[in-house]
Ligand binder design. Sequence first.
Ligand code: SAM
Ligand code: DTB
Ligand code: SF4
Length: 325
Amino acid sequence: MSNTFNVELNEVVSKDTIREIYHTPLLDLIFRAALVHRENESYSEVQISQLISVKTGGCSEDCAYCPQAARYQTGVDVHALMSVEKVKELATEAKERGASRVCMGASWREVRDNRDFDRILQMVEEVHAMGMEVCCTLGMLNEIQAMRLKEAGCYAYNHNIDTSESYYGEIISTRNFQDRLNTLENVRQAKMTVCSGGIIGMGESDEDRIGMLHTLANLPQAPDSVPINALVAVKGTPLENQQQVPIQDVVRMVATARIIMPKSVVRLSAGRNSMSLSDQALCFMAGANSIFAGEKLLTTPNPDFNQDMEMFKILGLTPRKAFKA
Ligand code: SAM
Ligand code: DTB
Ligand code: SF4
């Protein structure tokens, strides 16, 4: 069966096309996304990424979803930068369980050229030397900082656009959408792979979701990985009372991302703790091929490793090896 929605990499995808795909009746949408996904011979492989919160809480930004912003009373345990030894220990455990990527997250607005950054570079070198893909998510970066990370062995950089350009100001006021795009450009120039996606369930409209996907798919090059996060509403944040986003919305986002960015890894990210096995199965069917594993994301709960391995067994999924583009 020919697939009318099969979009080639680098093709400019219009908002109209994305809108049409996004609003397809759900089962047709899943079926089409599954067809696109099955053109990838490794469709049953799922990348497992282990998050490590190397610096937690006390952040100067006002991201309305985030438990780590200093201005919200969320009860998060604030921690200074972790030691290199501790990171190595956590990465070793994750590797033994089958994770191929470690993503180190810091609650920073931006990277500064100081001793903390030097320590991050050391962490990157050490985890890289273990044969794992290293990803960092540290906030905004300039060109030189991006190059230093790359030189230390950082494979990917996560920097989410989070929502549409027009809804961005409703969620964050301490930086703007263009700041995010500039960092993504610096990451590309430094030849790290780009990981960028966003969050649904923050009160945005379908048009905002479509707008976010439109921006991602039309970056000079589509992101290598696209995390789709379902908001984890944390008490104390301005979004604490948001209703949990319905699973069909997550599936729609995953499927649309899969169709318009056929070569990208689509990561079913925050929110899995409230999803059943069949909810997640629909997302994998619709083209999700990566997860964050381990019982904690950065500060909030996530399914534990054994539970995920059991799910992989039931669904016939296998963990993807490191550096398999
Ligand atoms: N401080 C850096 C930054 O903002 O880029 C890196 C860490 S930040 C926590 C990484 C991403 O986590 C955010 O861009 C957002 O997409 C996601 N995130 C944070 N809190 C979340 C929540 N409560 N629910 C879902 N995703 C969340
Ligand atoms: C991404 O898109 N999701 C991850 C990772 N990139 C850094 C973070 C999710 C955080 C969820 C809230 C928390 O645990 O603090
Ligand atoms: Fe800080 Fe990042 Fe959280 Fe925003 S998302 S408050 S920048 S840690």
